[in-house]
Design a binder for this molecule. Structure first.
Ligand code: ADP
Ligand code: MG
Ligand code: ZN
Length: 299
């Protein structure tokens, strides 16, 4: 018996050290469940590989949903390359702490938390071991004042490793689903197949596939030109019997938008922004009916 009061169940002095550990775990689990009860839908933005535009998609979809009148949170758990602060022009910001909980940074009503807010400089090399990753992700869900949200959009690191696994385990598979981002290139398509398999194994619904960098917006006339082979994402969605959410062309303005910290989705006349806004709308339908409508090649 130890004489220190137990933080978990507050039965002063009556819990052994092992019991205390279990009590604290139980308490943390309860706190997490309470927090999650206020979040209606969780959207995990994933991809098999980096550089396909996952963060770009996550940021723009989150902002589009917020602009469509929803209460939205954006959580960046790409521990090795958090890019959400940059994409939203929030570098160097530090979330306030109230009652031991982080307060998300608010941008246009969108509530943002990124691992990038907590590291000292953008170049901080972080060495995370598996248990640390799970711990930090858990804290980002539990110890953040998310409040009531219609959607929590999560920018996951690429691949099917520790972080995506942790987040799925923490969030559960009811009211959660994945948006898989790919590009028309064959290699990227192969990787997204692995992501579909990963979701199936975890019983996580796939809300749909986004084919990013599909065609090119001409800077002169604003028309979409199909410079590469496109349509692979739709084909694969049909093959794998998951919904296809849409194709997003490359818009050279995306890079400027990212550098300026003003997401492209706010640009009215960009076909890329329009595609992202449509996907956000489509996503709302998917979330309310996740089993409906797998992709067909006709629609
Ligand atoms: N549709 C697009 N049009 C133009 N540039 C894009 C588009 N999607 C992504 N990019 C650019 O590609 C790069 C990688 O995107 P990012 O979202 O960081 O990928 P990931 O998170 O998958 O690693 C970024 O420089 C981003 O600005
Ligand atoms: Mg990224
Ligand atoms: Zn043109």
């Amino acid at each position: 018996m130890s004489s220190n009061p137990c933080n978990g169940c507050a039965k002063s002095g009556s819990c052994s050290d092992t019991e205390k550990q279990r009590c604290e775990k139980d308490q943390q689990h309860q706190q997490l469940q309470q927090r999650l009860a206020d979040i209606r839908q969780r959207i995990l933005v994933m991809s098999g590989k980096g550089g396909v535009g996952k963060s770009t998609t996550a940021v723009n979809l989150a902002l589009a949903l917020a602009r469509q009148g929803k209460r939205v949170g954006l959580l960046d758990i790409d521990l090795h390359g958090p890019s959400v602060p940059t994409l939203l022009g929030l570098e160097g910001q530090r979330p306030a702490v109230e009652d031991g909980c982080m307060v998300p940074i608010d941008i246009e009503g969108l509530k943002v938390i990124s691992i990038g807010f907590l590291t000292q400089t953008a170049d901080d090399a972080l060495i995370w071991r598996g248990p640390m990753k799970t711990g930090v992700i858990q804290q980002f869900l539990r110890d953040v004042q998310w409040g009531e949200l219609d959607y929590l959009v999560v920018d996951c690191p690429p691949g099917t490793g520790d972080e995506p696994l942790s987040i799925v385990q923490l969030l559960g598979t009811t009211s959660s689903g994945a948006v898989l981002v790919t590009t028309p290139q064959k290699v990227a398509l192969v990787d997204v197949r692995k992501s579909v398999t990963f979701c199936r194994q975890l019983k996580l619904p796939v809300y749909g596939i986004v084919e990013n960098m599909s065609g090119f917006v001409c800077p002169k006339c604003n028309e979409v030109i199909d410079i590469f082979k496109k349509g692979g994402g739709r084909q694969m969605a049909a093959d794998m019997q998951v919904p296809f959410l849409g194709a997003v062309p490359v818009d050279p303005r995306m890079v400027e938008a990212g550098d300026a910290g003003t997401p492209l989705v706010t640009v009215e006349d960009s076909p890329t922004a329009a595609a992202l806004r449509d996907i956000a709308q489509e996503l709302q339908l998917r979330c309310s009916n996740p089993t409906a409508g797998t992709a067909s090649l006709e629609d």
